[in-house]
Write a protein that binds this ligand. Structure first.
Ligand SMILES: [Zn+2]
Length: 468
C-alpha cells in the first residue's frame, strides 16, 4: 500500500509538471520572417552549404533541424498572390486583408498586432529588418495605414514606443504633402528614441532607453546594401539581431521580450531572378536565426523561435530539366548583385566606356565568373554578343523592368546564364501563390505543429500567451 502511494505520488508530480510545462508561457519570442523565402530558397541555400560552401563550418541551415515543421498558405483577402503588406498584416494581426493594406482590414479599420498586445502585457519589443523600417513587413507590427502612406507609417513606428527598432533607414523622412510635419528622425527623438547610425553609432549610445538603429548612409532610401557587395563593418542583420537581443534581455523591468526579425532582401534579390544574391541574403537570415538559437540554448524552457516567410518570390525551382547540372560553387564567383551590375553597365553604356566586346566580356567575367571560372560555350557567347550589339552598340533594346529595379538586357542575359549553370529556374518576376515553410522550436513550439495558414501564427501566439 505504501509502495502504491509512493508510485501515485511520483505519477502525480510527473503529471503536474507536464501540465505545468505545457501551460508555460514563453518569456522570449523570436518571430523570424524571410521575405519571399520559399521552400526552394531554403533548399537552394541548403544545397549551397552541403556542396562545400559552409559558413563557419555550418553544414545546414539552423532552422531545418527545428522539431516543428509545416507549410502555410499565404493568400490575401482579395488575391491568391499576396504582397508583403497583406501578408505582413496576416502574420502580425491574424487577419486577412487586401493588397497594400498594412495593419488595417479590407474596410481600412485598424487591426491589432500581437507585438502591440505583448507590449501592453509588459514585454519589451524589438522590430528588426534588413529593409526599410517603414516598409510593409515591419510596419504591419506597429502601423495601420495604406502602404503608400510611408511618412505616416514612419511616425507610427515612434508612436509604438517599442523598445528597439532597427533597419536600413526610414524611406520618407519628410512629409512632402504637409511641410509643417516634423523631420522623421526629430519625431523619434521627441518620442524618447535615441537615433543611432551604424554599428559604431549604436555602440556609443547603446545604454539609451529606446533605440532607433539605422544605416550610416543618410541618403539611403532603400534596404541595406546586399550581403554579396556589402563592405565589411557596415550595418547588417546579424549585428542588429545581436544588439537587439542584448538590449531587450537587459530590460529586467519587463516580463520578457518579443522580437520580429525580417530578412527583407531575399525578396528584393528574387524579383530580378538573382540566385547568388538571394542565397547570400538567405545565409544572412539563417545566421541571424542562429543567434536566436544560441539564445534559446541558454534559455531552452523560456524561449520560442518561429521561422517562416510572407510569400514566395520569383517562382524559384531547383533545376529546369531532369538532366540539369548543379554547380553551387558558382554562387561564390558572382561579385555584385544583378542590380548593381546593371547600374554599372548603364553608366558605362551612357559614357561610352564599353566600346568593344572584349572589354565588355572582361567586366562581365570579373563580376560573374563566366569564362574565367565557369565554362561558356560558343553558342552561349554568341547570344551574349548579339545582346551586346543590340543594346550597347545599336542601343535598340528596352531594359528588363522588375518591381524594384531596371536591368540592362546584357546583364540580365549574363545573370540568367549564370543561374542556369548554377542549376536553378525562375517562372516569375513577382510573388507566387504557393505554400511557404514554417519551422519552430522551444517553449510551446508544439502548439504550432498543425498550422496551415499564415493567420494562425499570431492567433496561436495569442493562445499560448493567453491574450484575448
Ligand atoms: Zn516582393
Amino acid at each position: 500500500m505504501k509502495q502504491f502511494a509512493k508510485k501515485s505520488l511520483v505519477l502525480f508530480i510527473a503529471l503536474f509538471f507536464t501540465a505545468a510545462l505545457s501551460a508555460k508561457t514563453p518569456k522570449y519570442i523570436f518571430y523570424c520572417i524571410g521575405d519571399g523565402m520559399s521552400f526552394a530558397h531554403v533548399m537552394a541555400t541548403q544545397l549551397f552549404y552541403e556542396n562545400g560552401n559552409y559558413e563557419d563550418g555550418n553544414e545546414s541551415l539552423v532552422f531545418l533541424d527545428f522539431p516543428v515543421r509545416s507549410a502555410i498558405r499565404t493568400y490575401a483577402n482579395n488575391s491568391l498572390i499576396t504582397c508583403s503588406a497583406a501578408a505582413g498584416t496576416a502574420l502580425a494581426t491574424g487577419h486577412k486583408t487586401n493588397l497594400a493594406h498594412i495593419g488595417i482590414g479590407p474596410d481600412k479599420q485598424p487591426l491589432t498586432s500581437v507585438a502591440k498586445q505583448l507590449r501592453d502585457k509588459g514585454y519589451a519589443i524589438g522590430i528588426i529588418t534588413s529593409g526599410q523600417l517603414d516598409d510593409a513587413t515591419p510596419a504591419a507590427f506597429y502601423a495601420g495605414q495604406m502602404r503608400n502612406d510611408t511618412y505616416q507609417i514612419g511616425k507610427e513606428g515612434a508612436d509604438s514606443q517599442f523598445d528597439f527598432l532597427a533597419g536600413s533607414t526610414l524611406m520618407k523622412p519628410f512629409n512632402r504633402r504637409d511641410p509643417s510635419q516634423p523631420y522623421i528622425y526629430d519625431y523619434y527623438r521627441q518620442k524618447g528614441y535615441t537615433v543611432c547610425r551604424g554599428p559604431e553609432g549604436y555602440n556609443s549610445k547603446k545604454n539609451a532607453d529606446k533605440i532607433l538603429l539605422v544605416d550610416t548612409d543618410t541618403t539611403l532610401k532603400k534596404w541595406l546594401p546586399y550581403v554579396i557587395e556589402r563592405e565589411p563593418g557596415k550595418l547588417g542583420l546579424e549585428f542588429m539581431v545581436q544588439a537587439g537581443i542584448e538590449k531587450l534581455y537587459k530590460k529586467k523591468n519587463k516580463k520578457g521580450f518579443f522580437m520580429m526579425i525580417e530578412g527583407a532582401s531575399i525578396d528584393h534579390a528574387s524579383h530580378p531572378r538573382d540566385i547568388a544574391t538571394a542565397i547570400k541574403e538567405t545565409i544572412e537570415f539563417d545566421r541571424s536565426v542562429r543567434l536566436a538559437y544560441e539564445f534559446y540554448k541558454k534559455h531552452p524552457d523560456e524561449t520560442l523561435i518561429i521561422v517562416t516567410a510572407d510569400h514566395e518570390t520569383g517562382g524559384l525551382t531547383i533545376g529546369e530539366t531532369t538532366t540539369h547540372p548543379f554547380n553551387w560553387e558558382y554562387v561564390n564567383y558572382q561579385k555584385m548583385s544583378k542590380e548593381s551590375l546593371s547600374k554599372l553597365f548603364q553608366k558605362m553604356r551612357e559614357t561610352g566606356e564599353i566600346d568593344t566586346w572584349e572589354k565588355t566580356k572582361k567586366i562581365l567575367a570579373e563580376n560573374t565568373g563566366l569564362w574565367d571560372k565557369i565554362p561558356v560555350n560558343a553558342g552561349e557567347e554568341a547570344q551574349l554578343m548579339q545582346c551586346y550589339y543590340e543594346t550597347i552598340v545599336k542601343k535598340s533594346s528596352k531594359q528588363e523592368i522588375t518591381l524594384y529595379a531596371k536591368s540592362e538586357p546584357l546583364v540580365a542575359d549574363a545573370i540568367a546564364l549564370l543561374n542556369k549553370k548554377i542549376g536553378v529556374g525562375w517562372t516569375s518576376f513577382s510573388h507566387t501563390g504557393g505554400f511557404v515553410p514554417f519551422y519552430a522550436i522551444g517553449c510551446q513550439a508544439r502548439q504550432f505543429g498543425a498550422l496551415n495558414d499564415n493567420i494562425e501564427i499570431p492567433n496561436t501566439i495569442r493562445k499560448i500567451m493567453k491574450i484575448k
